[in-house]
Design a protein around this ligand. Structure first.
Ligand SMILES: [Zn+2]
Length: 316
């Protein structure tokens, strides 16, 4: 069996996991996240088309690993997604979750039971376990304290498992082969995904999404305004000093700088829009419209930018 994983699916798992376990969060507060895979089986192969984040563990300072419960709302998400998939000729092909900072395996606390329930619904179902630290540091965490940490090379940070016996929740399990699509090679993948992790850490926080994006848009608008008023002042000064022959060149340079700033901001805003694909399914209805509204303030400013710039061309 080989599991085919598109780049976007890999990014979804990484984003959802890193959102709750990154350098901006104290290690003791890192949380596990989990979700499902939609796709199809062809022969013995598993083609994943989408990964959906479903839930994160609630913070409990005394929690042992994998102490989490899927809520009724989470089970509703699951059945909605499964039904939607069915209309496209697809179905639920497995589940995934994170082990932030600890070993990638199926734990006896609940992972075996969950995997069993997926394998009994779909005999080819898989379970993926991802540890962001394994990816970032390229190390395999030890089985028990004191064992050596094993160095890795170009490892995506996860393993995929299946139970040997899908009728027994104490069953041993084995690893399954996979193929991640969308990268030139393994080294390229690790480079790209590490950059992605930095962006997620900075711009996809677990809380305060609205505040983060509001602050970002406000700062960008402020900076754009000051670039425009700075240009106007500069041009006025040239007029006053009788250097109006320099105006066309200066205006062109300033315009170029402003357009560059607008282009950079556009990319960041597109990134934020993309991050909305990495929200938990139950968050989408409430968060996405509000984020769109926040980001639209930038678009409104860009609409008047062209008017402002052409006004300068006429005025000077
Ligand atoms: Zn687990």
């Amino acid at each position: 069996m080989t599991v085919i994983i598109p780049k976007k699916v890999y990014q979804t798992i990484v984003a959802a996991a890193v959102r709750y376990a990154n350098v901006r969060i104290p290690f003791e507060e890192w949380l596990e996240v989990s979700g499902i895979f939609i796709g199809k089986n062809e022969g013995n192969e598993v083609y994943i088309s989408e990964a959906y984040p479903i839930m994160h563990q609630t913070y409990d300072p005394d929690a042992i690993i994998d102490k989490y419960i899927w809520s009724d709302e989470d089970y509703i998400s699951l059945s909605i997604l499964d039904e939607e998939a069915f209309s496209r000729g697809e179905f639920t092909v497995g589940w995934w979750h994170s082990h932030p900072g600890f070993k990638v395996m199926l734990s006896g606390f609940g992972d075996l039971k969950t995997t069993l329930s997926f394998q009994s619904m779909n005999p080819l179902a898989i379970a993926l376990v991802f540890n962001p630290q394994r990816l970032i540091r390229q190390v395999q965490m030890p089985d028990k304290k004191g064992d050596p940490i094993i160095p890795l090379e170009n490892d995506p940070g996860f393993k995929i498992f299946r139970l040997d016996d899908p009728h027994n929740d104490k069953s041993p399990f084995h690893e399954v082969d996979y193929l991640i699509e969308g990268y030139e090679n393994a080294e390229h993948m690790i480079n790209m995904i590490n950059k992605f992790i930095i962006n997620i850490t900075n711009f996809f926080p677990k809380d305060n999404l609205f505040e983060t994006y509001e602050k970002f848009v406000k700062e960008r608008i402020h900076e754009l305004d000051s670039k425009i008023s700075g240009t106007e002042e500069y041009l006025k000064t040239l007029m006053r000093q009788g250097e109006s022959n320099r105006i066309p060149e200066v205006l062109e340079n300033q315009q170029r700088e402003i357009r560059k700033y607008v282009a950079e901001t556009f990319i960041k805003i597109e990134n934020i829009k993309e991050y909305m694909d990495y929200l938990e399914y139950k968050e989408r209805d409430t968060i996405i419209p509000k984020v769109k509204e926040i980001l639209s303030k930038w678009d409104e400013n860009i609409k008047i930018l062209n008017e402002q710039l052409s006004r300068f061309s006429k005025k000077f």
